[in-house]
Design a protein around this ligand. Structure first.
Ligand SMILES: [Zn+2]
Ligand SMILES: [Zn+2]
Length: 168
């Protein structure tokens, strides 16, 4: 919960650093992680080759690639995924026009800085994935009024996810 507590001035934001398996791509983001989640959707599964992916968001403007840059693949009409062209590590997810970018939590040097807070797209969850971690589960996204509002650059969750609230 250390990173979640840094919900204060920008200068209190932690430095989130990470990169791919081979080291060709390295990133740094001076921002508190937001919208930390597990995604079980088929696109994430196929892109990563893993049964689900842990993600978090930072403002796109806060992210720098300090070494290399991810190769990009348009995985849907309105989003691109970034990965290391040398080793294949899944690194980013970006919706067109969003002020936010998703990064894979497991690519962090300290993944404990962005622990997932919900399971999304559980309608696509593999039958042999049985979380049992007590986190909220959503068929797709959380209900509309609670879900991330990427286009406006605000993150609005409620209920069990109140701790994720961030008005900007
Ligand atoms: Zn690499
Ligand atoms: Zn997904």
């Amino acid at each position: 919960m250390t990173a979640a507590a840094a919900d204060g001035p920008a200068n209190a934001a932690p430095m989130l650093e990470g990169g791919c398996l081979c080291g060709a791509v390295r990133y740094a983001a001076a921002a508190a992680p937001r919208h930390e989640c597990f995604c079980h959707c088929e696109s994430c599964r196929r892109a990563s080759g893993a049964p689900f992916v842990a993600w978090f968001c930072v403002p796109r403007a806060a992210l720098r690639f300090v070494r290399g840059a991810p190769a990009r693949f348009r995985s849907s009409e309105r989003a691109e995924r970034g990965f290391c062209a040398a080793c294949g590590t899944t690194l980013t997810f970006e919706e067109d026009g969003s002020q936010w970018i998703d990064l894979t939590a497991a690519s962090l040097d300290q993944p404990a800085l962005a622990p997932p807070r919900a399971h999304l797209f559980v309608r696509s969850r593999l039958p042999w994935v049985v979380p049992g971690d007590g986190l909220p589960e959503f068929a797709t996204w959380p209900p509309r009024q609670e879900r991330i509002r990427k286009a406006r650059g605000t993150l609005q969750w409620a209920g069990d996810l109140e701790s994720m609230r961030r008005d900007r």
